[in-house]
Design a protein. Structure first.
Length: 129
């Protein structure tokens, strides 16, 4: 019985200590006209990588909003976006909140220009050139 109790105690300690530090980040992605872009992958790359926190991905909702929940606290990240039909060079540098807190972007990440695989400008909403 003591062995089971001891193993349980060790497991709890590992879970508590191993969960690590984290903070949240919420924001929105819009096109050049201020319209939200849905179903867009948002990627957060840590500026000075710490193992386990280097890159995270999430997807925007119908309202263009996204949320990250396990970023490293008080750390710099670069936000970029990915879409299967077009690319953009638009990015945004952000700083995460202190541990256990969530920061909200003061302004939206704007996709000002998007290009298809042929290099033509496209509308990020429709993907049409």
């Amino acid at each position: 019985m003591q062995l089971i109790y001891g193993m349980f105690l060790i497991l709890v300690c590992v879970c508590v200590v191993g969960c690590g530090k984290s903070s949240g980040l919420e924001g929105k992605v819009v096109d050049g006209k201020g319209k939200p872009i849905a179903s867009l992958k948002v990627i957060a790359n840590q500026a000075q990588p710490i193992k386990g926190y280097e890159q995270f991905e999430t997807t925007t909702g119908a309202d263009g909003k996204f949320s990250f929940g396990k970023l490293y606290p008080n750390s710099g990240y670069t936000l970029s976006v990915w879409h299967k039909n077009w690319t953009t060079k638009d990015t945004m540098g952000v700083r995460t909140a202190p541990e256990g807190e969530t920061s909200l972007l003061k302004e939206a990440l704007v996709v000002s220009q998007a290009r298809n695989s042929a290099g033509k400008l496209v509308d990020p909403q429709t993907g049409l050139a």
